[in-house]
Ligand binder design. Structure first.
Ligand code: HEC
Length: 128
C-alpha cells in the first residue's frame, strides 16, 4: 500500500521537475541567441551555407580550434592545438587575446558569466 502511494506521488513530481529543467534550457538557448546576435553575429555566421568574416560556429563545441574546413585562420589559431570545450569558449569570450594572443579576432570581452553561459548554451544547441 505504502509503496503504491510513493510511486503515485514521486513519479509525477519527477516528471514535473524534468519538464521545468527543459524549459529553463530552452530559455537559456533563446537568451543566448539574442546575446549572440548582439555580440558575435556581425562576424560569425551560424548558417552552414554562408561564409562570414569569422569562421562558422555551428558545431564549434567539441571542434578542434582553427579547424573549420576552408576558413583562412591565423597561424596562431590554426596551431593552437586544443579543442573548444564550453569552458574554453567562455574563456575566449572573456578575453580572447589573453587565451590565444595574436589571432585575427578583435578583442571581444564578454565578462558576465551569465551571458557567457547563455551564449555557450546557444552554441551547444547548434548542430552542423
Ligand atoms: C569583430 C569580429 C568578431 C566578433 C565580434 C566576434 N568574433 Fe569570433 N572570430 C573572429 C575571427 C576573425 C576569428 C578567426 C580568428 C583567427 O583565425 O585568428 C574568430 C574566431 C572565433 C572562434 C574560434 C573558432 C574556430 O573554429 O577555432 C570562436 C569560438 C569565436 N570566434 C567565438 C566568438 C563569439 C562567441 C563571439 C561573441 C561573443 C565572437 N566570436 C565575436 C571575429 C569575430
Amino acid at each position: 500500500m505504502k509503496s503504491g502511494f510513493m510511486f503515485a506521488a514521486v513519479v509525477p513530481a519527477f516528471f514535473a521537475i524534468t519538464a521545468q529543467a527543459g524549459e529553463y534550457d530552452a530559455l537559456k538557448i533563446s537568451a543566448g541567441e539574442d546575446f549572440f546576435d548582439k555580440e558575435c553575429h556581425r562576424c560569425h555566421s551560424v548558417d552552414a551555407d554562408r561564409a562570414s568574416y569569422g569562421p562558422l560556429l555551428n558545431g564549434v563545441v567539441g571542434r578542434k580550434a582553427g579547424s573549420f574546413e576552408g576558413y583562412p585562420y591565423s597561424e596562431v589559431l590554426q596551431n593552437a592545438g586544443f579543442v573548444w570545450t564550453e569552458g574554453a569558449i567562455r574563456a575566449w569570450m572573456e578575453d580572447n587575446d589573453g587565451l590565444v594572443p595574436g589571432t585575427k579576432m578583435r578583442h571581444v570581452g564578454v565578462s558576465d558569466p551569465t551571458v557567457q553561459d547563455f551564449i555557450v548554451s546557444y552554441l551547444a544547441s547548434l548542430t552542423e
